[in-house]
Ligand binder design. Structure first.
Ligand code: BES
Ligand code: MN
Ligand code: ZN
Length: 498
């Protein structure tokens, strides 16, 4: 979809459709009011009759509204005026674009961006309108032999800004929103692809292709090289699988020559059966989403490279399957990680930390400013935070705070959990340096405790995205989170370092 920015009155737009908002007390929003005046009260008459009550996300499509130059006027309910916040703004925009895409307009002018949202300026509103528009038209039908066709899809969306002086900021925000949307939809596509297509090799090919397209370096290590590095923990997870592992290294160096890089590490389990500690059958298909951390790293690279942000960024992705088999790792097995620390694998289903720990050790060679790992790591995180917030744990308060703030700004929020020493005791092992599980209590925290033993040499944060990376049930599908959070964080870093 194409986006443009414009400032001007709604009644004067020669467009297939003009989109304006109506609040819940039957009060037209700013732009609806202008159309109401131009049409001699046509809109207020409709509102008075009760055809549009302003309930959040409700829609009413009108044709031939007097006094306007457009073919249609689309009314969107904004809910209560005093409660019109980020969530409502996003919901209303998404509803508008969904409807536009399903009805005849191939082009439209959206005025919702002119409505005030507490603490959010025009740039925020434009960026998020673009994100929501792209979200509304996202479809994944690549695996269907006869995809349903959208007859006249929305091709071009113009976003209105209040003043001519807002145009430059609006245009920059639209470009940023589109780049983030591209990153998020890449992450969604990779997540939604089945495990038999999206293999470790496939992830590696995608990384290589993206590096070529956007001009950054990508290197892919195969089993022999991974062995040479001594990644015994990572490799122990691949033992039951016939699908070969990959270790993907991406280097986007657009920042100052001598400045140290920031590193993203993404969990790339392309299918997690649990291994010998086999998972139960129901919903096991959703474990194809266990590479969503890797997908988020790839998505963030796409966003950042499309924006051309001035930052030095490294992406590391350990990718493999976790399957049972005659050679699979067994509960009780002890393996040696790249760091030299030995691990007693008490549960082969706690495999994410086993592949991440070696990638974290690999990150040391960059002497990074900070390392952030992103992983669908624990079911416990879904219990703690549901599908709303990512779990955040960190060994550095300032880093944690920067990520929390980026999450708020991107409306892709995280919530911090403690990483206190007391929790470390749960990893005690009688037979190795430590175990890979810490029992039922505080499962998300003990998983991070495990990782913290490999991150002593740098500032580090961990995002547990088990609850937010995909939806289940009727809406089953990847969300693209936390690409918006990561991109916002990296842009903040880039502007701080500039
Ligand atoms: N990939 C899962 C975590 C997960 C669960 C992600 C549900 C998304 C939804 C992870 O590898 C796993 O199996 N974790 C175990 C750890 C346990 C054995 C300590 C879990 O959470 O049950
Ligand atoms: Mn698992
Ligand atoms: Zn897993």
């Amino acid at each position: 979809m194409e986006f443009t920015i414009k400032s001007g009155s709604p009644e004067k737009q020669r467009s297939a459709c003009v989109v304006v908002g109506v609040f819940d007390n039957r009060k037209p929003g700013l732009s609806a009011d202008l159309i109401d005046r131009a049409s001699n009260g046509y809109l207020s008459e409709i509102i008075r009759r009760g055809d549009m009550e302003g309930k959040i996300g409700s829609t009413l499509l009108l044709h031939n509204v007097p006094g306007t130059l457009c073919d249609r006027v689309l009314l969107i309910g904004l809910g209560k005026e005093r409660e019109f916040r980020e969530k409502e703004f996003r919901q209303a925009t998404r509803a508008a674009v969904k409807l536009l895409n399903e009805t005849g307009s191939y082009e439209a002018v959206l005025y919702l961006t002119e409505e005030a949202v507490k603490r959010r300026d025009i740039a925020w509103r434009v960026e998020h309108a673009v994100l929501m528009a792209m979200d509304a038209v996202y479809r994944f039908d690549r695996m269907k032999s006869h995809p349903e066709e959208v007859r006249r899809p929305l091709r071009k969306l113009t976003l209105s800004v209040p003043q001519r002086s807002d145009l430059p900021a609006g245009e920059a925000a639209a470009r940023r929103g589109l780049a983030i949307a591209h990153g998020a939809s890449l992450a969604r596509d990779l997540g939604n692809l089945p495990g038999n297509v999206c293999t470790p090799g496939y992830l590696a090919e995608q990384a290589l292709a993206m590096g070529k397209e956007l001009g950054f370096k990508v290197q892919v290590l195969e089993r022999a090289e991974i062995e040479k590095l001594g990644m015994g923990s990572f490799l122990s997870v691949t033992n039951g699988s016939a699908e070969p592992p990959r270790f993907i290294i991406m280097e986007y160096f657009a920042g100052a020559k001598r400045s140290k890089p920031h590193v993203l590490v993404g969990k790339g389990i392309t299918f997690d059966s649990g291994g010998i500690s086999l998972k139960p059958g129901p919903e096991m298909d959703e474990m194809k989403y266990d590479m969503c951390g890797a997908a988020a790293v790839l998505g963030a690279f796409r966003s950042i490279a499309e924006i051309g942000a001035k930052i030095n960024l490294v992406g590391l992705i350990p990718a493999c399957e976790n399957l049972p088999g005659g050679r699979a790792t067994k509960p009780g097995d002890v393996v040696t990680s790249m760091s030299g620390q030995t691990i007693e694998i008490l549960n082969t289903d706690a495999e994410g930390r086993l592949i991440l720990c070696d990638a974290l050790t690999y990150a040391e060679r960059y002497e990074p400013v900070a390392v952030i790992d992103i992983a669908t790591l624990t079911g416990a995180c879904v219990i703690a935070l549901g599908h709303v917030a990512s779990g955040l744990l960190s060994n550095t308060e300032t880093l944690a705070r920067a990520l929390l703030i980026a999450g708020e700004e991107a409306y892709d929020r995280a919530w911090q959990l403690p990483l206190w020493d007391e929790y470390q005791e749960q990893l005690q092992s009688n037979f190795a340096d430590f175990a890979n599980i810490g029992g039922r209590p505080a499962g998300t925290i003990t998983a991070a405790c495990f990782l913290s033993r490999f991150t002593k040499k740098f500032e580090w944060a961990h995002l547990d995205i088990a609850g937010v990376a995909h939806k289940s049930g009727k809406e089953k599908g990847a969300t693209g989170r936390p690409v918006p959070l990561l991109t916002r964080y990296l842009l903040d870093v880039a502007s701080r370092e500039a």
